[in-house]
Design a protein around this ligand. Structure first.
Ligand code: GAR
Length: 189
């Protein structure tokens, strides 16, 4: 029997994408295991979700480290000790540095709620609604040292003609949970 691939999921907030990935691992849709959840926001809802799935968490406060390199070194050690194959950023609202990239280049992916390269950043949906966009979308891409940059792996578009960001988030998240699991499955083959 081949060993299951090992995933780490990084998140800063609610963690619905984390949960979609963890659930797909638990019910066999993904032949993989989430071995670590990394969260930079003590108190974030994703921490409770990880507990429910019995998944180990590393929760840290960036403020309590002298630099990004310092906390990323600690994270890389944890990833290597657990032999992580793929790092999935799922609402992890930080740019990663060379420390993580050099250790896991080509093995870190991110999900973003726009059709990149349009609408990068933390307010992609709100910015797109303000712009009057009529076709929205979700992108999964390899991570590089730039904000929401890196080669695109998968995209899915959906039409929406209204002006309610909450509705775009709702429509988009349904798609995110499917496309993230599908993309991870393809990358792990
Ligand atoms: C997701 O919509 C994801 O696309 C977005 O954060 C949300 C996290 O939701 N990521 C970015 O904006 C990255 N720039 P979740 O915590 O419910 O998974």
């Amino acid at each position: 029997m081949t060993q299951k691939k090992k995933l780490a999921v990084f998140a800063s907030g609610s963690g619905t994408n984390f949960e979609a990935i963890a659930a797909a691992c638990a019910d066999g849709r993904l032949d993989a295991e989430v071995v670590l959840m990394v969260c930079d926001k003590p108190g974030a809802l994703v921490i409770e979700r990880a507990q429910r799935f019995g998944i180990e968490s590393f929760v840290f406060s960036p403020k309590s480290y002298a630099s990004k390199a310092d906390y990323e070194k600690e994270i890389v050690e944890m990833l290597q000790a657990r032999q992580v194959d793929l790092v999935c950023l799922a609402g992890y609202m930080r740019i990663v540095s060379d420390v993580l990239l050099n250790a896991y280049r080509g093995k870190i992916i991110n999900i973003h709620p726009s059709l990149l390269p349009a609408f990068k950043g933390a307010h992609a949906v709100e910015d797109a609604v303000a712009y009057g966009v009529k076709v929205y979308g979700i992108t999964i891409h390899f991570v590089d040292e730039t904000l929401d940059g890196g080669k695109i792996i998968a995209q899915r578009a959906f039409p929406y003609e209204g002006n309610d960001p909450a509705e775009v988030h709702r429509l988009g998240q349904k798609i995110e949970h499917e496309i993230y699991v599908d993309t991870i499955r393809k990358l792990l083959i």
